[in-house]
Design a protein around this ligand. Structure first.
Ligand SMILES: [Zn+2]
Length: 309
């Protein structure tokens, strides 16, 4: 019998590589979001022209443009003139990387265990992904990551009074509806509170109904509780996750905002300033996406309890 080799460690290389790749992709997209948030309020193009230092106007070199690392290596200063570069840039890149890495860890590495319509308990999904091409899981991961980054970008733009136009929001929402119609397993649960598919046939009709119900409730609830940007964000969430998720995100976001407003007395104004820099809705949507199935089960349990009375 061969003796175990003490210095070898059974590293889950495929899983680590997947999460690292997701982080790098998210951070790169975060870098693009920084460009959009910086240029759109000024009426500049977000896709053409190199990034420049706002102080001296010199072009940012490719090696200094690496997400997060570039800012750290420059110690937050321009290489040419030494002007400070706002920490918001690496923070947005790190936040986007963390969000996409978390979704990839929960859905690709976790095998979709916490997704209501994809969970089959078959364990780690990277093998399935590589060997059998588990496309609904990949679509789900891409759609959910895109939703999180879009919600972050729209929230940051709203702070600069540069809301996306109605047409941009409509195109994004329609794009999500088309993707979940192509892969209903990655889409919202049924429109009825207990999750049953309705209308029962064909399955795409149930998905479309659930998506439209989510968009309608999201647009109204977001607009009423947080303004136009929240209306767009929650309509996007509703298109992919259904009205149940919209209800949870609306209530939790409103509760967190109320707590921040209540504890932000004149003596701890810095706390309020810090909280106002973080779009509250983003971590709530992230928690809803990553813990979708447990939240849905808690929701159904609550309805069951309510029906019991
Ligand atoms: Zn400079």
């Amino acid at each position: 019998m061969p003796l175990p080799v003490p210095w070898t460690v059974d590293l889950p290389v495929a899983e680590i590589a997947t999460v690292a790749l997701a982080f790098a992709s998210g951070a790169a997209l975060g870098s693009f979001i920084n460009v959009v948030v910086h240029r759109l309020p000024r009426g500049e193009s977000s896709v053409s022209g190199r990034s420049r230092c706002p102080q001296c106007g010199s072009a940012i070199r490719a090696r200094d443009n690496v997400p997060v690392l570039g800012w750290l290596l420059l110690r937050g200063r321009c290489r040419d003139c030494g002007a400070a570069i706002a920490p918001q840039y690496p923070l947005v890149e790190a936040a986007c990387g963390t969000l996409t890495a978390a979704v990839a860890a929960a859905e690709l590495v976790g095998g979709g265990r916490w997704l209501p319509l994809l969970a089959d308990g078959s364990g780690c999904s990277i093998d399935r992904l590589l060997l059998h091409g588990d496309w609904p899981l990949v679509v789900s991961c891409v759609v959910h990551s895109a939703i999180l980054l879009t919600v972050l970008a729209w929230s940051l733009l709203a702070r600069k009074d540069a809301l996306p136009t109605c047409r941009v929001a409509a195109v994004a929402i329609l794009g999500v509806i088309v993707l979940v119609l192509l892969t209903p397993q990655a889409g919202p649960v049924g429109v009825l509170p207990d999750g049953a598919s309705w209308p029962p046939s064909p399955p795409q009709l149930a998905t479309l109904t659930a998506s439209i119900a989510g968009v309608a409730l999201g647009a109204v609830a977001g607009r009423l509780t947080g303004g136009v940007a929240d209306g767009y964000c929650l309509a996007l969430v509703g298109a992919a996750l259904g009205w149940q998720a919209v209800t949870v995100v609306t209530v939790v976001t409103a509760a967190i905002r109320m707590v921040i407003a209540a504890i932000a007395t004149p003596s701890n104004r810095s706390l309020r300033a810090l909280c106002s820099e973080i779009p509250t809705i983003v971590p709530v949507v992230a928690a809803q996406i990553i813990c979708w199935r447990p939240i849905l089960e808690a929701w159904r349990h609550l309805i069951w309890l309510t029906n019991g009375f």
